[in-house]
Design a protein around this ligand. Structure first.
Ligand code: PHE
Length: 364
């Protein structure tokens, strides 16, 4: 067989070998086999000088051409295989970042006050109420004056309320030393909400409130939820039905409520409302005959204040469409911590704000 035929054979088998190399390492073996130092083609090229003069040009030319062709084939096959291998490893190594960690990392949980607030909001939104919030730094006008508190009402005393030194920069200098305070209840939002929207109005107002008070059941900062319903023909019976529906959601379907006469400057008549004890079922004694410690054997647990909106409060918002001859309303307010303490059996209010994880982690 002549040199030319042999080189053509080598060329063919190189092409076949390159095409059938199905990964980078077998392709490298093909490269060594056909282009390496010991390859036949390399040997032919090395021996060109020893050939007959008339053979040199043809054999050398063809051998070089085949060598170059084979190099090109290998490098394009190599690019192909590299891309395929990258694709494979991407698929094999892919991480689904949407899967939970394993084991799931501890992520914490909501504070019992937040959970209780959200639960109350859910119940009241279900009854058709809107959730609104208001400023914690409040004007005396909304906190007291427009809620019918007379100028000498004890809640206005320095020992009961935190007053804020008004800054002339923000108040334009027209607020006195007793005009700005930390709201003592969420009730100021009654007036603000009525100013902002005409009746009918159904809102609840969760939020922080402040009083100069500190013991096992009082904290200088605590949370309240206010409720306000105003429309034509709203009665005390609606108040009772609303409180009953809300408290049965929170404390169980068998609960009863009672209202006792009370006084608030901005409601008339005013009541305090109690829920029947969910530990003893309202009997005051436990199954074994022991006295119920939760309600102190009374059968009722005191929760908050309420009443019919005093017509005089409407007179502060008559411009917004609240005519006491046309509309009536009820309002209620209670503490969120108290509800949370009752639901979880927490004995000391201050534990809520110590931020001790040993306490908080019990309520996940
Ligand atoms: N704001 C009253 C309080 O903090 C509670 C209350 C709200 C009473 C609404 C009547 C109506 O004690």
């Amino acid at each position: 067989m002549g040199m030319i035929e042999r080189i053509e054979e080598i060329s063919e088998s190189a092409q076949e070998a390159v095409a059938s190399a199905d990964d980078l390492s077998s392709l490298e073996a093909v490269r060594v086999q056909f282009l390496g130092r010991k390859a036949e083609l390399t040997g032919i090229l090395r021996g060109i000088a020893e050939l007959e003069a008339d053979q040199r040009g043809k054999v050398g030319g063809l051998a070089n051409e085949v060598r170059q062709q084979t190099e090109e084939l290998i490098s394009s096959r190599s690019a192909e295989l590299e891309a395929a291998e990258l694709e494979l490893s991407l698929v094999a190594d892919s991480i689904d970042v949407t899967l939970p960690g394993s084991p799931a990392a501890p992520v914490g949980h909501l504070h019992p006050v937040t959970r209780t607030r959200r639960m109350i909001e859910d119940v009241m939104v279900g009854l058709g109420y809107r959730v609104v919030e208001g400023p914690e730094v409040e004007l005396d006008y909304y906190n007291f004056t427009a809620l019918n508190h007379p100028p000498d009402h004890p809640a206005r005393m320095l020992q009961d309320t935190f007053y804020i030194e008004p800054s002339p920069a923000t108040t334009g200098g027209d607020r006195g030393p007793r005009d700005v305070l930390l709201r003592t209840h969420t009730s100021p939002m009654q007036v603000r909400a009525m100013e902002a929207s005409p009746p009918p109005l159904f809102i609840i107002v969760p939020g922080k409130t402040y009083r100069r008070d500190s013991d096992a059941t009082h904290s200088p900062m605590f949370h309240q939820v206010e409720g306000l319903a105003v429309g034509e023909g709203v009665t005390l019976a609606d108040l009772k039905g609303t409180l009953l529906a809300m408290l049965r959601e929170i404390f169980g379907p068998d609960r009863e409520i009672r209202m006792r006469p009370h006084f608030f400057p901005f409601t008339e008549p005013s009541v305090e409302f109690d829920v029947s004890c969910f530990r003893c079922g309202g009997s005051g004694s436990l199954d074994g005959g022991d006295r119920c410690g939760l309600c102190k054997a009374i059968g009722w647990i005191e929760l908050g204040g309420a009443g019919m909106v005093d017509p005089n409060v409407f007179s502060f918002v008559s411009d917004a469409g609240y005519d006491p001859d046309l509309v009536s309303g009820f309002a209620f307010g209670f503490g969120i911590e108290r509800i949370a303490m009752l639901r979880h059996g927490i004995g000391d209010l201050r534990l809520m704000f110590d931020n001790d994880l040993r306490m908080l982690e019990q309520f996940s």
